[in-house]
Design a binder for this molecule. Structure first.
Ligand SMILES: Nc1ncnc2c1ncn2[C@@H]1O[C@H](COP(=O)(O)OP(=O)(O)O)[C@@H](O)[C@H]1O
Ligand SMILES: [Mg+2]
Length: 371
């Protein structure tokens, strides 16, 4: 039989993975297990496909004595879901497996997954306070739609997939002033940098349409989000609920991409830095302090606003862009499955530690405050 129920059972739900362990994010899961066991909680990792209909126990993995152990566990009280997929079939399979699990033992979700950039944009737009920080956004409808957009927006646009990550498949489209063609700079599906030039703009628009290959894309104005050296940069803020269930800023980091590389994502070759020194270099001391204060203020107001729409959330990674020339802060993206690597990379040990502790401490808070 499975191990005895401790002060609370947390199941970390991740996607299936490949050897050496059959699940995703083993490094992060290991840290969560270690923190959980130091607090007297049972923390284990499982994937949707591990669940067996009718079985009272959950096959999963826990990290103990320096290694992963495959065991049977009691069903979880709290599920920390890191397994968000936009594949409908997978979504349905996951939903069915979890609904069977909840019939055996009720559980709560630590946090909900946000359903994509368009839904988040729509939710935030309902709050007038965020309006000045949200880039105008439209859903790409086809070549003619993009042509109209370009005409109305000074011949420039930024395209990104609604369900994209890591800056992949992003495009900067610019109408050439000389001969009316299109110049495209972007990131391909594997995050490689791409350049295309079309003397015939219709050919360019057709190429873009093929590039979208049936995926849903968003169009935004191309924002000036570069450093003085023309490197794209943004500020990533991790906001999490803590051991008292209150939202707090765990850490901030600047991410800087290569010159003319379009995106600043770490997965696309960007580098992580401490936020304040980068902001001071780019905006001067008063500008940096004002930008950081505004970013922190937004980062604390956005989570409750989204919770009122999507239900309980526990952590968000928010990407802020800064237009240096006009000193404007833009909300670029809200991630409901945020990474933590920037804090480890910049040596911000306190934020790195807290970023892993908070999900466990908030789960414990949920368990203790359960009626
Ligand atoms: N409207 C825009 N104009 C210019 N650059 C942008 C714009 N939106 C995003 N970017 C750049 O592209 C990167 C990726 O965009 P983001 O919306 O965060 O999607 P992803 O989910 O791929 O990270 C951002 O970090 C930023 O560097
Ligand atoms: Mg992003």
């Amino acid at each position: 039989m499975f191990s005895k129920r401790t002060k609370g059972v947390i199941g970390i739900l991740v996607a299936e993975g490949r050897a050496p362990v059959p699940f995703a994010e083993p490094g992060y899961c290991r840290k969560l297990c270690q923190i959980g066991s130091s607090r007297g909680m049972t923390v284990y990792v499982f994937c949707p496909s591990f669940l067996r209909p009718g079985s009272e126990s959950v096959p999963g993995y826990s990290y103990e004595n320096g290694g992963w152990h495959h065991k049977l566990f009691p069903p979880p009280d709290v599920i920390y879901d890191r397994c968000f997929t936009h594949d409908r079939r997978q979504q349905q399979r996951k939903r069915q497996a979890l609904s069977r699990l909840s019939e055996q033992h009720p559980f709560v979700y630590l946090t909900r997954g946000l359903t994509g950039k368009w839904q988040v944009y729509q939710a935030l737009r309902k709050f007038p306070e965020f309006e000045p920080h949200l880039p105008e956004t439209a859903r790409y409808e086809g070549p003619e739609h993009l042509a109209v957009w370009l005409r109305q927006h000074g011949g420039e646009a930024f395209l990104k997939p609604e369900h994209g990550t890591h800056g992949k498949r992003t495009l900067h489209v610019k109408r050439s002033e000389l001969h009316g063609g299109l110049k495209i700079t972007g990131r391909d599906p594997r995050n490689g940098i791409l350049h295309k030039q079309f003397s015939d703009s219709e050919e360019g628009l057709d190429w873009i349409h093929r590039f979208t290959s049936g995926r849903s894309f968003l169009i935004q104005p191309f924002l000036e989000l570069s450093t003085a050296k023309k490197e794209p940069f943004d500020i990533r803020v991790l906001v999490q609920k803590n051991d008292t269930g209150a939202w707090e800023i765990t850490g901030t980091a600047a991410r800087v991409g290569a010159r003319n590389a379009l995106t600043s994502n770490l997965h696309g070759g960007g580098t992580a830095h401490r936020a304040l020194p980068v902001l001071i270099r780019e905006l001067g001391m008063p500008g940096a302090k004002a930008a950081l204060a505004s970013i922190r203020d937004l980062a604390l107001r956005i989570p409750p606003a989204l919770e009122s729409h999507f239900g309980r959330l526990a952590e968000l990674g928010i990407d802020f862009g800064i237009d240096r020339k006009v000193g404007r802060i833009w909300v670029l993206e809200v991630n409901s499955k945020p990474g933590r690597s920037s804090f480890f990379r910049i040596g911000d040990r306190r934020s790195a530690r807290k970023s892993v502790e908070n999900p466990i401490l908030y789960a414990r808070y949920l368990l203790l405050s359960k009626p």
